[in-house]
Design a protein around this ligand. Structure first.
Ligand code: GUN
Length: 270
């Protein structure tokens, strides 16, 4: 799977570099973090590194956990005139402002998600796009119709928007969550299983069969090690293709932050 991910990464990066050189308008991004969540630090560093690599402006605003209020975040959003994202999770009950689609680089806002439900969206949440890329590479770009896909997880940032995008592409989608009776499910019936629960061990690699594509979206820290949602038993090699963690879906998501920022600039200049 690692080589498939690398191929997707290199092709997408080349495409984005080409776009940036022909765009003629600067691409800017502001990333807002509050406090010092260790995982957020890694994600944000990767996003900034990519913008730097392409000579683009990425402004990182680091706010103090103790002194930041919801009004501060809402004011930043109200005053933003270019793509902005609020890195999640936010501490102390703070929530990311509901951004208008024109500056919503994450694709998490109600306007962008409404467009997605209607099948009229310009952009997709980055992790959803990365998952779609992997399915396209493995199953064929034009083979989504009729594909039997299980989506395990119902978060607003991955599970729900992914299920909707797959429905838009005419896949046959089954949705599961932590309250589903997962032990009773016959996983062999699916072509693709996407696991995005943030709970390590919710499924394990012995449950899958040859020919299946398993996309592990989870990133968890267990005993100091980064692991996905799928538990890999020692000595059992699954016959299915399973994306690695780290170096799987997460490797591709920062490319889509840039891709979405470019799309927003393109649509603002039309
Ligand atoms: N935290 C984990 N993934 C994401 C993401 O895609 N966007 C934001 N804003 N925060 C995240």
């Amino acid at each position: 799977m690692k080589s498939v991910i690398n191929t997707i990464y290199e092709a997408k990066l080349a495409e984005l570099k080409e776009k940036v050189t022909t765009l003629g308008t600067p691409v800017r991004l502001t990333i807002v973090t509050v406090g010092d969540d260790p995982a957020s630090k890694v994600y944000v560093r990767n996003k900034i590194r990519l913008f730097d690599e392409l000579g683009l402006e990425c402004n990182h605003l680091t706010l103090d956990e103790a002194g930041t209020t919801q009004t501060d975040l809402d004011t930043l959003a109200d005053n933003a005139d270019h793509p902005i994202l609020f890195q999640l999770p936010l501490p102390n009950g703070l929530v990311a402002p509901d951004l208008p689609a024109a500056i919503d680089v994450d694709g998490f806002g109600s306007e962008t998600l409404g467009q997605l439900v209607l099948g009229q969206n310009a952009i997709l949440p980055c992790t959803v796009q990365a998952t779609i890329d992997i399915i396209s590479a493995h199953c064929g770009e034009f083979n989504f119709a009729g594909l039997k896909v299980a989506v395990v997880g119902r978060s607003n940032i991955v599970g729900k928007p992914l299920a909707i995008e797959l429905i838009n592409r005419q896949s046959t989608v089954s949705s599961f969550n932590s309250r589903s009776d997962l032990a009773a499910v016959s996983w062999a019936q699916f072509d693709v299983i996407v696991v995005a629960t943030g709970s390590h061990g919710i499924l394990d690699n012995s449950q899958f069969i040859e020919g299946q594509l398993i996309i592990d979206v989870g990133i968890n820290r267990v005993d100091g090690k980064l692991v996905g949602d799928i538990k890999h038993h020692d000595g059992i090699l699954s016959p299915a293709a399973i994306t690695p963690v780290p170096g799987g879906v997460g490797r591709l998501t920062c490319l889509h932050v840039l891709g979405n920022a470019i799309k927003l600039v393109e649509s603002s200049t039309k």
